[in-house]
Design a protein around this ligand. Structure first.
Ligand SMILES: C[S@@+](CC[C@H](N)C(=O)[O-])C[C@H]1O[C@@H](n2cnc3c(N)ncnc32)[C@H](O)[C@@H]1O
Length: 312
């Protein structure tokens, strides 16, 4: 087997997608709760995988089983193609970049409406059937579309308008190469499945990082763009039961969420959660996706875990 030089933090792979609720800015806060020792690593709300890349950059995943899963089929299809066919993805992405640079708006809408949407609606089991072409188009639309959003209309068509970027970086071949190498070197398992399946794969001593769509701070703030269905209060309650069950099993659990009253009730003021050693820590965060720049600023979020806090 070919061996590659070990990655150092400086040339480590970074997330290759922008994702609503991406956790890059929260990493310094989350790191304080990573377990010192653990078995397998599971990330069941994958998105752009900021915590996965952080652990990989620190060399914390070497020799471990790593399982990354999500219910966004396009997202998982794209991750699979970057892992398995990086050269083909990059080749197509370079061509998309040239087309965009020649006529940005015209190219964006042509790719979205005449190539991406027709191609993705032809494949029934979308994640497994994704192609390098579709993966490259998804990365392209993510880099050039409005705020990196992934949003489908009621007919299941991707309908995000073009973003207002000057010279967006569309094909970062160096990083994509590093991502592909990291995924294959670590033999990372990537699957399209709901988070609850982690109950069937996680065992004592494993580390599970949960980053669900956040509970809304107000009734009007519910952000439902991740999937057509959204993540309801009932989903938040079911997730709490899964987190409690895994903590009881002896897993190391870490969960990010908003400081909405329903989250406080589920984790900070909840007898079951306290009984299994779960504590809800308030940490300062900065929201990454917000339409009004003026509203960007420090807000508090929860880091919920059964692990002791370590010095930063
Ligand atoms: C807040 S984002 C995760 C962001 C990620 N931590 C990052 O750094 O980019 C939440 C993710 O959960 C996924 N999701 C929503 N409902 C889910 C479910 N029931 N099971 C698994 N994943 C789900 C969404 O597709 C989305 O990618």
């Amino acid at each position: 087997m070919q061996t590659r030089p070990m990655t150092t933090a400086r040339n480590a792979a970074r997330p290759f997608l922008k994702w609503a609720g991406g956790k890059r800015q929260l990493l310094p806060q989350l790191r304080r709760f990573y377990p010192e020792r653990f078995g397998a690593y599971h990330e069941p709300f994958l998105g752009s995988g900021a915590v996965f890349f952080d652990l990989a950059a620190a060399g914390r995943l070497r020799g471990r089983r790593v399982r990354l899963t999500d219910v966004n089929a396009d997202l998982i299809g794209c991750w699979l193609q970057v892992r398995d066919a990086p050269e083909a993805v990059m080749e197509r992405l370079r061509a998309l970049e040239s087309g965009y640079n020649a006529a940005p708006a015209e190219h964006y809408y042509r790719v979205r409406d005449e190539e991406f949407n027709p191609a993705r609606s032809c494949i029934p089991r979308r994640a497994d059937a994704y192609t390098p072409d579709l993966a490259a188009m998804l990365i392209y639309l993510n880099r050039t579309g409005y705020n990196g959003l992934f949003r489908l209309n009621s007919r299941g068509m991707f309908n995000v308008p073009r973003g207002r970027y000057v010279n967006p970086r569309i094909c970062d071949a160096d990083n994509l190469g590093r991502v592909a190498a990291t995924l294959s070197d670590l033999a990372v398992e990537i699957d399209y499945q709901p988070y609850r399946q982690v109950l069937h794969s996680a065992g004592r001593g494993d580390f599970i990082y949960f980053d669900p769509p956040y509970a809304p701070l107000s009734a009007t703030a519910r952000f439902t763009s991740y999937t057509a269905g959204g993540f309801t209060s009932a989903d938040q309650r079911q997730l709490q039961q899964v987190v409690v069950e895994l903590a009881e099993r002896g897993c190391h659990v870490l969960l990010s969420n908003s400081t909405a009253p329903e989250v406080t009730e589920l984790y900070d003021e909840n007898r079951e959660a306290l009984r299994v050693g779960i504590r809800a820590h308030k940490v300062a965060a900065r929201r990454a996706i917000n339409s009004a720049a003026a509203r960007r600023g420090a807000i508090m979020e929860y880091a919920i875990t059964n692990m002791p806090e370590r010095a930063a």
